[in-house]
Design a protein around this ligand. Sequence first.
Ligand SMILES: Nc1ncnc2c1ncn2[C@@H]1O[C@H](COP(=O)(O)OP(=O)(O)O)[C@@H](O)[C@H]1O
Ligand SMILES: [Mg+2]
Length: 370
Amino acid sequence: MLVTAIEARPLRSLARVRVPLGPGITSVVGPNGVGKTNLVEALYFALTGRSFRTSDRRDLIPFGESLARAEATVRDDDGIERRLMGSVSRTEGRRHLLDGEPAEPATIARARPPVAVFAPDRLSLVKGPPAERRAHLDGFLAARWPARGELRKRFGQALAQRNAMISRIGAGYGSPEGLDVWDAGVADAAAPLIAARREAVEELAPAFAEALAELGLEDGELAYAPRADGDAEELRAGLRERRDADLKLGRSSWGPHLDELKLSFAGRALRKYGSQGQQRAALLALLFAEREALLTARRVTPLLLLDDVMSELDPGRRELLVARLATGGQTLITAADEESLPAAAREAMVRMPRPGVVDDGSDSAGAEAA
Ligand SMILES: Nc1ncnc2c1ncn2[C@@H]1O[C@H](COP(=O)(O)OP(=O)(O)O)[C@@H](O)[C@H]1O
Ligand SMILES: [Mg+2]
C-alpha cells in the first residue's frame, strides 16, 4: 500500500499544492516558511483526519478563509487507487471521506498505511506525561495487530463504567458489592491490553536500543512498566483489594490506564534527564523501531514523515538515517536546504513552490501549484 500523492487545497499557507510521492524516500525542499511542515500536516490530516500539531482542526484553515482540505491518493497492492480526504470548515465542522463518501474510522484506517511523524517540536511524546506514550503505544498495537485495535477502546469503556459506579456509590446510590460486575468487566478488558502492550514493547525494545545507539546514545532502553499486572483473575482480585481505597478516592487507582512506557538511557529517564537532542534521538529511535516491526510483519508498508530531521543530525548520522530508510517503507523528508540531504535522499526530490507563485515547472521536480 503506497501513498502516491498529497494535495493541499487549501491548508494553512498552501493555497493549492500537489506533491507526488514515490515508493521509497521522497524529499521536499524549500526555505523556511515556505510551507513544508504544512504539507506534512496536510498529508497526516488527509490520512488520519487529525493534525499532529493541534487538537483544534480549525487551525488548519487559511487565515481569513472558511475551509481547509487535504487529499491523499493511496494505491493498494492490487493497484487500486483510493482517495482519502480530510476537511474542516468553520460552518460545517469536519469530515473524513473515503472516495468522496463518509466512512467508518475503522474502514478508513484499513484503506491507508500506518503513519508516524517526527517533527522537532513533537517531543512531548518523550518528555510529556505518560498518557501520550500509552496512546502512542496503543496506536502501534492497532497497526501491528489490527485484531487488537479495539483493546484500548474496550478497556476505556469498561473503566468508565466502573468509575461511574464508584461515583454512584459515593453519592449514596448502590452498595460496594455492586462493583463486582464492573471489576470483572475492567479485568477482562485490561488483561489482553496489558498482554498486547507487553508483547509490543518486547518486540520494539531491541530495535529501539539499536537505533538509539546509531544516533549516538548508548545503553538506550525501552521498557513497559505496567501499573497492574496479571491475568483477568488476578486483576479482578487486585481491583477487589483496592475497592475501599478507590471508593474513597472516587475513581479507579489501579489498571493499565496508569501504565508507563519508559524511555531511558544508561538507566536514566529520558523524560527527566534527556537533553533536547537526546529526546529527539529517542523519538526517532522509537519511530524507527515501530517502522521496522511493521516492515518485518510485512502486512503493510508504513509511512514515516520526517519533518526537518536533517538539521538535527551531523552528516555521518544523516547517512546512517537514510541508509536505514532505504531498507524499505515509504518516507517523506522535508529539508530547508538540499545540501543537508544525503545523495540517496535526493533521488526523488521535490522543490516546494513558494506560496502564491504559480509554478510553471521550471523550478520543480514535481510539485504543482496553482
Ligand atoms: N492558518 C494559517 N493560514 C495561513 N497561513 C498559515 C496558517 N498557519 C500557519 N501559516 C503560515 O505558514 C507558514 C509556515 O509554514 P511552515 O509549513 O511551518 O513552513 P516551513 O515548514 O517550510 O518552514 C508561516 O508563514 C505561517 O504564517
Ligand atoms: Mg517546518
